[in-house]
Ligand binder design. Structure first.
Ligand SMILES: C[S@@+](CC[C@H](N)C(=O)[O-])C[C@H]1O[C@@H](n2cnc3c(N)ncnc32)[C@H](O)[C@@H]1O
Length: 235
């Protein structure tokens, strides 16, 4: 496993978001949910209608760190992408991390989720972040085909809840635009790689671990994070 490091400013953003809305701190209820997830001997499917806020406290900033490691591991230049989607965005942390790294006022980033509760949280997070860009929020169940000029799709922990897509080349093809960065459980990533349509190729694949910066540990409620992922592109 590779070792990664985070830009120091990410900790400042996390602290600022926590101070503004308080929706990210891993409290007792969130830590109890994590324990339940970790002790389940299977991939845990959340009830996003009742658990959106607790999920955000348990996994919001932790997943933001995993997504940040993914973006750094994919060796892309975020500033070069102007049309981006965060599919199954939850609290919007993948898109947030992307916008934070891109600092690009020309960025158009669309957040898509079937849960209105999650989309509301994502909207608050992006507004509070002060990140540059134009952000829109779309309440939709995936994957029907979305009208799109997407250059890059960001997808974290969505495939694990939609295994039927991960194992179907034609549905993967319909979901993804020109490129995608996918973060998920290691075995879910392997399943996707095994079912990619011919014209979608893996440009990079990573397994990376990093210590959580000391001054973020209180919000994250953990000392280290691991990120598994792939960057796929249309050949
Ligand atoms: C495990 S959460 C991950 C959220 C976020 N991407 C992250 O990494 O923290 C999965 C999200 O996908 C959304 N979701 C699951 N299945 C979906 C579907 N078929 N269409 C749209 N959204 C979906 C859920 O509402 C939830 O917000």
């Amino acid at each position: 496993m590779q070792q990664g490091t985070f830009p120091v400013e990410l900790a400042e953003l996390a602290a600022a978001l926590q101070a503004k809305s308080g929706i990210f701190k891993a409290d007792q209820e969130a830590l109890a949910l994590r324990e339940e997830v970790e002790s389940a001997a299977r991939i845990f499917i959340f009830d996003h209608e009742t658990q959106a806020e607790t999920f955000t406290k348990a996994y919001g900033i932790k997943n933001a760190l995993k997504c940040c490691l993914a973006l750094l591991s994919a060796n892309i230049e975020p500033v070069k992408y102007e049309n981006v989607r965060d599919l199954g965005c939850g609290s919007g942390v993948f898109g947030l991390t992307f916008a934070f790294l891109a600092t690009n006022p020309r960025l158009h980033l669309t957040f898509v989720d079937q849960s209105p509760l999650h989309l509301n949280i994502a909207q608050t997070v992006l507004t509070d972040s002060g990140c540059a860009g134009d952000f829109s929020f779309l309440n939709q169940t995936l994957p029907p085909d979305l009208p799109s000029n997407s250059e890059l799709d960001l997808i974290s922990y969505w495939f694990c809840e939609n295994g039927h897509v991960a194992s179907d080349a034609s549905l993967i093809d319909r979901l993804i635009g020109r490129e995608a960065i996918i973060v998920d459980y290691e075995k879910v990533i392997s399943g996707i790689v095994d079912h990619l349509p011919e014209h979608l190729v893996v440009k990079d694949r990573w397994s990376v671990e990093s210590d959580v910066p000391l001054h973020m540990r209180d919000i994250v409620g953990d000392e280290s994070v691991r990120s598994y992922g792939i960057h796929i592109v249309r050949a």
